[in-house]
Design a protein around this ligand. Structure first.
Ligand SMILES: C[S@@+](CC[C@H](N)C(=O)[O-])C[C@H]1O[C@@H](n2cnc3c(N)ncnc32)[C@H](O)[C@@H]1O
Length: 408
């Protein structure tokens, strides 16, 4: 890794814009060294009528906040500017943003954009809750690399749906993110990651905007998309923390032992079940899954009995099969000890596939109330959901034990 200092004019510009010009909003630096991420930021605050600077330092997931007078703040800024190695510095002032990235190969890349940062930081407090995660930091290098925005930083019309989906997904991740951080990095697996829009956005967002120490692994069985994803991770200088496996979700061997969060966004048909099943087997705390096309149950619904009138019509059959597939998934997750919510995570204008299963490991496994509801539904429809088949013997054994004891 190259130890590169900032060019003198750039360092001077930062000093001037932080201390000599009005309108400082925040300066943040994210530094990667020896496998750790270190984040430091400085912003002006007023304390009992006096101007101070609030410093926030996050090291290996632990955050400390301290207020400085101007001398202390100058020292802090000098320390930031004096760092070498791979890093990103983001300066936000009323006159615009300056974003500097020093790559692993020692290149100093800079970009300037007034609009994004001002939209974010001048927003009145009540608007902030509506802020898009990908507006909460300088996301242009990411959005351009993954092809969501063009060279001028505009979201491409053809990628607007993906941009909305990824933002919505990041919001959900924000909601489930544990407040306290342990010594271990947060580990996330993206099943059926495709070209890694979500995989890379999750990593960059959690690292830069949230200061978290994160490892992400994307799995996809397609060689072409994994090749693209690996190149993108290289370009974004995060290939050591965002890894990709070319293979099947069911058999992939992860580069880490414990898994905190499993994601799947539009993994086709039974790939969603594979993601949920692996999440259960990895004992992941959170499973966040947006299902896509669902064919499995569609084929096995029988056109007889009181529902024959619904199943006769192709579109009703398809929608019913979609609803039932997700219902069975939610029921099985409950049986496996997950508290489940089924939500519309993004507007239906963005995509018709806008249902998200959000599950947190928080309940006892094998509660009779969950099992009996599941068995009743399954017997009514006379089907075996794919997720049950996939979970195999351990799941059947659990059902049998629950039927025998009928206890919560
Ligand atoms: C519709 S794409 C979604 C890609 C990405 N999550 C996104 O939202 O942009 C579904 C991806 O899942 C992958 N996939 C489907 N079944 C899979 C399986 N069993 N194992 C690994 N990847 C699978 C496909 O190759 C495809 O790239």
């Amino acid at each position: 890794m190259a130890n590169v200092e900032l060019p003198l004019e750039l360092a001077d510009e930062i000093r001037r814009r932080v201390f000599d010009e009005p309108g400082l909003i925040k300066v943040t630096q994210v530094l990667r060294r020896g496998g750790n991420t270190f984040r430091i930021s400085l912003r002006p605050v007023e304390i009992r009528g006096e101007r101070k600077y609030q410093g926030e330092m996050t090291d290996e997931g632990k955050t400390k906040v301290k207020n400085f007078d101007i001398d202390g703040a100058r020292e802090g800024l000098e320390e930031m500017i004096g760092q070498t190695g791979t890093r990103e510095l983001h300066l936000v002032t009323a006159s615009g943003d300056l974003h500097i990235r020093v790559t692993k190969k020692g290149k100093v890349l800079q970009s300037r954009s007034g609009k994004l940062a001002r939209e974010v930081d001048d927003a009145p407090a009540h608007d902030r809750v509506k802020r898009l995660p990908l507006n909460a930091f300088h996301a242009q290098p990411l959005l351009q690399a993954i092809g969501i925005s063009d060279a001028d930083g505009r979201i491409k019309a053809s990628m607007r749906g993906k941009y909305d989906q990824v933002n919505a997904f990041l919001r959900v991740i924000d909601e489930v993110l544990p407040e306290s951080v342990g010594p271990e990095p947060l580990t996330i697996v993206d099943c059926g990651c495709g070209r890694a829009y979500l995989t890379l956005a999750v990593y960059v967002y959690l690292t830069i905007a949230k200061g978290r120490d994160v490892r992400v692994c994307g799995i996809d069985r397609r060689h072409d998309v994994i090749t693209v994803a690996r190149h993108l991770a290289d370009d974004l200088d995060c290939a050591d923390r965002v890894t990709f496996i070319e293979g099947d979700i069911d058999t992939a061997e992860l580069p880490f032992e414990k898994v905190d969060i499993v994601l799947s966004l539009n993994a086709c048909d039974t790939a969603t079940d594979a993601a949920l099943a692996r999440g259960i087997e990895w004992k992941a705390t959170h499973l966040l899954s947006v299902p896509c096309c669902q064919h499995e149950l569609h084929k096995s619904l029988k056109n007889s009995g009181p529902m024959a009138g619904v199943l006769r019509h192709g579109i009703l059959r398809e929608r019913l099969a979609d609803l039932l597939t997700d219902t069975f998934r939610a029921q099985i997750l409950r049986i496996m000890g997950y508290r489940v919510q089924v939500v519309e995570f993004v507007s239906s204008d963005a995509t018709a596939r806008n249902i998200l299963l959000r599950a947190e490991s928080a309940l006892k496994r094998g509660m009779w109330a969950a099992v009996s509801e599941y068995l009743e539904l399954r017997d009514f429809w006379r089907v075996t959901p794919w997720l049950e088949t996939r979970l195999g013997e351990p799941f059947s054994r659990l059902l049998t034990i629950c039927e025998e004891t009928k206890e919560d």
